[in-house]
Design a protein around this ligand. Structure first.
Ligand code: NAD
Length: 509
């Protein structure tokens, strides 16, 4: 039974704590300082997953220098050949899906079914990006002058840095690293400090697939020590960041003096609208999954539920009943619906917001406490607030835990206003059987993603992903947009008239 298989060092008796290294120039090496940090299982903090290099500027400098050197050859290696390496990697991810999923659950906490989804997203994204190796289309277009040819081609950018969060510790690196590599860039990968094991596995597979030395380098360690060294390095040309708005703002500011390209994917406060005519049970299922899947730690989590007054009481009661029936526990144990949150600081932040919600006058009708009965880890009860006012802090700020806020409204106009009256713009959903209302919502919800009769979570890799307003800075990941971040356009004019032809001035003769 897969459910009872152990991963290396899992809490099955093995006491050896494996030690892992940075990956620089095709070699696994410790931090130059010799310092390390531990990654722990959030469901059981006494289970140490591994020991990792606590790197700093010296390690970043070395990684950037080798990535800069490797870029000269990698950018000239044909894109279809670069893609072949990614196809091989995709195959290995598929073959190892189960063991990778189990390690992911152990290190990050999400339940096994969701961890499998995380790895499947990697497989999908790596294959999708590899396909770009034989597309990466530019344009040809007629010139306004005779005997002149015009086209545009994509160019790689150079050494790029990918800074990623822990909540999709494999999928998000794949959204960035796979397209960056197929486009001909070389990469410095700085994973979140809560999930370095999964990041290491990601890099090991790309190494095994045949990536040349120096093309992908991983430096683990803290956001300050490693992150700032990356942001300040003059040879890093682009920083692709996913994480909180707070750190994203810092990344943006730090990158400004050297004019680094910056792509930012940040927080969300995602609304599901439920209209009176909605399929009630479908809406309940979607909200429970959207709010409490991954213990609410998705950038697209349903953290606001905006409900028309006619359906409100029934929806509220059903949500509470379902939320209370969810089983909390270790994500590798069968039957568990909700795993722990990532760490103690996160748990404390959620506790603080529950207190703020109550102080601000919202009614706590479900959960609201640390779930000690689920285990020694960072478990928090699925939590629902009733009669929330749209301007309350629990309805405006990202909590990033299993907490959702029910907000009553009178009609669609008010629902759309409440949904949009927020600094974020990632994902939105509406439950209605009325096609007119659905299309109005699609048109008017100010967000990068809108679902109709489906939860706020569930992105697929061949559609663009990203948000409006403070969720991002105008970029999209995945889909055909995946190359836009990691390439620059070169426009090429080829004049075969053998004479000076002046655009906008000379007549075409
Ligand atoms: P975070 O902002 O704390 O950390 C993200 C990454 O930035 C980590 O690797 C961290 O080590 C690094 N970092 C921290 N300080 C840094 C610094 N000074 N310089 C450079 N890098 C630094 O976010 P998190 O807690 O890992 O992830 C949760 C957040 O991510 C939530 O806000 C969530 O909404 C967001 N998120 C957004 C998306 C999206 O696509 N929009 C997807 C997933 C998560």
């Amino acid at each position: 039974m897969v459910e009872t298989q152990a991963v290396v060092g899992e809490k099955t008796g093995s006491t050896a704590i494996p030690e892992f290294k940075n990956f620089i120039n095709g070699q696994w090496k410790p931090a130059k300082s010799g310092r390390t940090f531990q990654s722990i299982n959030p469901a059981n903090p006494s289970d140490i997953v591994g020991i990792f290099p606590a790197s700093d500027k010296q390690d970043v400098d070395e990684a950037v220098a080798v990535a800069k050197k490797a870029y000269e050859e990698w950018r000239l290696y044909p894109a279809p050949k670069r893609a072949e390496i990614l196809f091989r990697a995709g195959q290995i991810f598929a073959e190892r899906k189960e063991e990778l999923s189990r390690e992911l659950t152990r290190e990050m906490g999400k339940v096994l079914a969701e961890a499998r989804g995380d790895i499947q997203e990697v497989i999908d994204m790596v294959f999708y990006a590899a396909g770009e190796g034989r597309r990466m289309f530019g344009n040809t277009t007629p010139s306004e002058l005779k005997n002149k040819f015009a086209m545009s081609v994509r160019m790689p950018i150079g050494v790029i840095a990918c800074i990623t969060p822990w909540n999709f510790p494999m999928a998000i690196p794949s959204w960035k690293i796979a397209p960056a590599l197929v486009a001909g860039n070389t990469v410095i990968f700085k994973p979140a400090s809560d999930t370095p094991l999964v990041a290491t596995r990601f890099v090991e597979i790309l190494e095994e697939a045949g990536l040349p030395a120096g093309v992908l380098n991983m430096v683990t360690g803290g956001g300050g020590a490693v992150g700032d060294a990356i942001l300040e390095h003059p040879d890093v040309r682009l920083v692709s960041f996913t994480g909180s708005c707070e750190v994203g703002r810092h990344v943006n500011e730090k990158c400004a003096p050297t004019f680094k390209r910056v792509s930012l994917e940040m927080g969300g406060k995602n609304a599901t609208i439920v209209m009176d005519d909605a399929n009630l049970d479908l809406a309940v299922d979607g909200i429970i999954w959207g709010a409490f899947g991954t213990a609410g730690q998705r950038c697209t989590a349903t953290s606001r539920v905006i409900v028309q007054k006619g359906i409100y009481p029934k929806l509220r009661d059903k949500l509470v009943e379902k939320a209370k029936s969810l089983k909390l526990g270790y994500g590798l144990d069968p039957g568990v619906d909700v795993g722990p949150v990532i760490n103690e600081a996160s748990l404390k932040k959620i506790e603080k917001y529950v207190q703020i919600g109550q102080e601000d006058g919202a009614k706590l009708i479900c959960g609201g406490h640390r779930a000690t009965s689920a285990g020694s880890g960072w478990f928090f009860e699925p939590t629902i607030f009733d009669e929330v006012k749209p301007n309350m802090r629990i309805a405006q700020e990202e909590i990033f835990g299993p907490v959702t806020a029910l907000i009553p409204v009178s009609d669609l106009k008010e629902a759309l206003h409440v949904a949009n009256d927020i600094e974020f713009g990632l994902s939105t959903a509406i439950y209605t059987k009325n096609v007119n209302q659905a299309f109005e919502a699609i048109r008017d919800l100010d967000a990068g993603i809108t679902y109709v009769n489906a939860p706020t979570i569930g992105a697929e890799v061949h559609l663009p992903f990203g948000g409006t307003k403070n969720t991002g800075n105008g970029h999209r990941e995945a889909a055909e947009a995946c190359l836009d971040i990691f390439t620059e356009w070169k426009t090429v004019y080829i004049d075969y008239s053998d004479k000076l032809q002046r655009a906008q001035i000379d007549p075409a003769e």
